[in-house]
Design a protein around this ligand. Sequence first.
Ligand code: NAP
Length: 249
Amino acid sequence: MTKVAIVTGAARGIGAAVARRLVADGFAVALLDLDEAGVKECAAAITADGGKAIGLGVDVSDTEQVEATVARIADELGPPVVLINNAGITRDNLLFKMTDGDWDSVIGVHLRGSFVMSRAAQKYMTQQKWGRIVNLSSTSALGNRGQANYSTAKAGLQGFTKTLAIELGKFGVTVNAIAPGFIATDMTAATAERLGVSFEDLKAGAAQAIPVGRVGEPEDIAHLVSYFVSEGAGFVSGQVVYAAGGPQD
Ligand code: NAP
């Protein structure tokens, strides 16, 4: 039977690449995003290439929407046994300028979003006695100027990952986190705009400080997700892998 995977924030960037990779790996994939038109377009492109995918608009921080969406995925595609908590936003500012809204929205999408999505999906995984959850953390979890909200959320996701790994292991469910460094997506393009530099210059500058001499691409992260959700990765759980082109402190 085809296994069903859910990828959040899948309209573009890392999420879209992960969805394409999981389809190539043989999964039926539900692509979720706030951007309903974008995610439907991605799903249609996958279907046109012969894959099985649906695109659904949802705010991952909204419990009711999440519960209804995960139930719908189970009805339409089958019980979801893979969940990639990838949806994310940045609202960068130095602490003294950071608003309550900047804080709440970032914590809401990353932490509450991953929590409500995981709670809704684990029901199917534990029933099936098999599951894989992968959470997107970040090198910013180790501290990053201007990102008190984002680095707190990304560090929080590492604790969340380890705790779910402990709770869900006996049901055959593994839970791991990927902490990417600089990945070329709209998110980092927006950082370039905010800093007033071209995206090309930002990438070139970042690449100089990365041991492998380049910035990451969404497919670099999709490759690691593919490993974590594979059958053979069943003894690897509660881990945080930094995918940043070199070691992290
Ligand atoms: P991206 O290009 O900005 O894509 C993120 C997607 O998430 C967008 O399509 C966005 O929709 C969606 N999203 C935001 N809030 C949502 C919500 N409440 N419900 C559902 N979907 C929502 O970002 P990315 O660079 O691919 O990043 C993906 C993940 O990797 C994020 O968790 C990010 O923090 C993490 N990460 C990225 C980097 C990097 O260098 N790019 C590094 C480390 C970690 P809208 O377009 O409608 O906002």
